[in-house]
Design a protein around this ligand. Sequence first.
Ligand code: FAD
Length: 410
Amino acid sequence: MDLAFTPEDLAFQAEVRAWIAENYTPALRAKMALSKNGYLDKEGQVEWQKRLYQKGWAAPDWPVEYGGPGWTASQRYIFNMEISAAGCPTPSPMGLKMVAPVIMAFGNEQQKAQHLPKILSSDIWWCQGYSEPGSGSDLASLQMKAEKTVRDGVEGYVLNGSKIWTTQAQWADWMFNLVRTSQEAKNQNGISFILVDMTSPGISIRPLPTLDGPVEGQQEINQVFYEDVFVTAENLIGEEGKGWTYAKYLLEFERGNAYAPGLKNALKKVKRIAAVEQAGAGTLIEDADFQRKIAELEIQIQALDATEMKIFSGLSSGKSVGAASSMLKCKGSEMQQAISELALEAVGANGVPFVADSWAIIDGRSNDPFPVPDYAVAVAPAYFNYRKTSIYAGSNEIQRNIMAKMVLGL
Ligand SMILES: Cc1cc2nc3c(=O)[nH]c(=O)nc-3n(C[C@H](O)[C@H](O)[C@H](O)COP(=O)(O)OP(=O)(O)OC[C@H]3O[C@@H](n4cnc5c(N)ncnc54)[C@H](O)[C@@H]3O)c2cc1C
């Protein structure tokens, strides 16, 4: 692994920095400062993702033939590092990073032509229909029924059941679903992977409130109900009954993210807060105990960074990370939580008023100034929001089971 940047890499880094300076506008930055989870509202997300698209940078990991930029591993690393260091919004992953690789690997030409260009340009928005009430970790027990039928001469399936914890379902135009096409086959074998247009009659969405506060534009998860929803057979990905294989392929992309660049930026924010928060006669950053906590996290981030560089520099684009993705997911999510805890410790009592007062201002229901310093507004919501990271994308206990089996052979 060669970590030294070449002159071409350094020129690329300068180009990325210049582009961010021009395109990460003051309006987007102001919205992002109030984000609890690294995303903007849909309008902001679309604006940001379309700016990336216009530059040809919407999908750093996609192969060139589908519109990827054809970057080297170090260019991808530099891009992620610069985007995270500047605190830019996270592109919504369900289209670009989840369903797109599945369509590329297992979809037919018609499905590729229909969906990939619009995913790349952020003209269609996706959500993920895996989990059901009663089927989360034990995903293969899922019950949503897809019964074969012919309607008005068109072959298809009728879907009945419910999906839950569906992130951004309220924004989505399409949903990729795991459904049961056979009741007889053994658990995994009866599952198929199907794409569903969210405007299909019979779909309804119920928002699920979360601990971090009910705020317009930042609604995150939902339950989606299917009542006799007809989906044409052309929306089936690959073969009927092979959905489990495609689902697992997708999960490696969902979990195979680089965490270190974002963690570095999050810790930098904590340091900025600690430099102004008072502790005794000085500021918190001068406190020996707080310095020790920062140093411990910095060391762990450096170790994770080196591990991620080693893993990602070994991959050519389009390949998945394999079982290493479980390790990155566990470590990365634990550190996201640890940093959000330290941020909450740093703002102290200023973290308290977020529910009643700050959200009313963010929502536009109140014109009062924030009751706490600006830097403290999103800290408590982010702390509560980040409890999710060790649960979603397969809980950390499940990731440890995967590592025990696939890496340690237990
Ligand atoms: C914020 C958020 C967003 C999400 N977004 C989506 C989405 O967009 N689409 C989607 O399909 N799903 C989504 N999920 C669902 C997520 O994938 C599930 O919550 C997760 O897989 C855990 O399933 P569960 O909630 O049913 O918990 P359960 O499976 O009931 O687990 C409960 C507890 O038991 C532990 N446990 C379970 N089985 C084992 C085992 N075999 N060994 C050891 N421990 C075990 C778990 O680790 C957990 O602590 C989201 C979840 C969250 C929190």
